[in-house]
Design a protein around this ligand. Structure first.
Ligand SMILES: Nc1ncnc2c1ncn2[C@@H]1O[C@H](COP(=O)(O)OP(=O)(O)OP(=O)(O)O)[C@@H](O)[C@H]1O
Ligand SMILES: [Mg+2]
Length: 279
């Protein structure tokens, strides 16, 4: 395990939605709950003081019920959302507090995001979609075209370079999304339920594809999922959120063997069920 170098470090991260975050923050520090703060101030505590390290080369899966703050957490990391307080160190640099110009550079150089709904440009061809991030990085056309085609080959879509996304199936579109994220050589991939819209067999194929790519490229990946099987299959560690807090962070084995509480046990129900069936 030579990989235990922190790539991303969250320290006391808090995100409160609304126009009076300071008042809400004060109440939060006094120990009021998310519900109480919502009633009293109409502010939503979305990330409630999270500290967490994600290691270089690690694939961390974030789970949690709808509304538990998963997307907000990931979007704070590339600062699509500005945190209310706390720190987010990427390679030691606090992206919660850098200026916009520097943040754009960090996004361009270090972070790629893959979305559930693919986020492809419908009027650009597959290869143009993959080239886009490289174009923004300032790479000249011949070079970026070559790089985009190479990356399409990695995800098995080289023959589809000149087609429009509308000619592709869901799984293929998500491969384009993945290729686009890989093309820029970003070291960090943020993946917000990327496979949720795919049917089960294609989804399994994509999970395997991701693992294969990960073995080769050793990215630092934060992957949001609702699916415990997916989390167990691909996660080096799993982080489970509830109401903006981290309930448990551990390897699949640790979570399976020592679930922290009933909330975690609920997530494990399907796995227990499958295991009991096989007894
Ligand atoms: N723009 C916003 N304004 C106000 N509240 C928001 C906003 N975005 C999210 N929230 C609130 O923040 C909390 C966390 O939302 P978030 O989208 O991060 O959850 P999630 O875990 O990603 O849920 P899902 O699994 O449904 O995607 C929720 O209570 C939500 O209502
Ligand atoms: Mg979400």
């Amino acid at each position: 395990m030579e990989q235990l170098k922190p790539k991303i470090s969250l320290e006391n991260l808090i995100k409160i939605y609304g126009n009076k975050p300071r008042t809400a923050l004060q109440l939060f520090r006094e120990g009021k709950s998310k519900d109480d703060i919502l009633k009293l101030t109409n502010q939503v505590v979305s990330i409630a003081d999270i500290s967490l390290q994600i290691n270089q080369g690690e694939l961390l899966v974030i789970m949690g019920l709808s509304g538990s703050g998963k997307s907000t957490l990931v979007r704070c990391i590339n600062r699509l959302i500005k945190p209310t307080s706390g720190h987010i160190y990427i390679d030691g640099e606090d992206v919660a507090h850098v200026n916009e110009k520097r943040m754009r550079e960090i996004r361009l150089q270090k972070i790629s995001m893959v979305f559930q709904q693919f986020g492809l440009f419908p009027h650009k061809t597959v290869v143009e979609n993959v080239e886009y991030g490289l174009k923004i990085q300032g790479m000249e056309q011949v070079k970026r075209h070559k790089k985009a085609r190479e990356t399409l080959a990695i995800v098995g879509l080289e023959k589809w370079a000149k087609y429009l996304p509308s000619s592709l199936s869901g799984g293929m579109k998500q491969r384009v999304g993945l290729a686009r994220a890989l093309a820029t050589d970003a070291e960090i991939l943020l993946m917000d339920e990327p496979f949720a819209a795919l049917d089960p067999l294609i989804r399994r194929e994509m999970q395997e594809e991701l693992l294969r790519i990960q073995q080769e490229f050793h990215k630092t990946i934060i992957f949001i999922s609702h699916d415990i099987y997916e989390a167990f299959k691909i996660g080096d560690r799993i982080a489970v959120m509830k109401e903006g807090k981290m309930v448990q962070v551990g390897t699949p084995k640790e979570i399976m063997n020592q679930p922290a509480n009933d909330y975690i046990r609920d997530f494990l129900q399907d796995i227990y069920y499958a295991r009991d069936l096989l007894k």
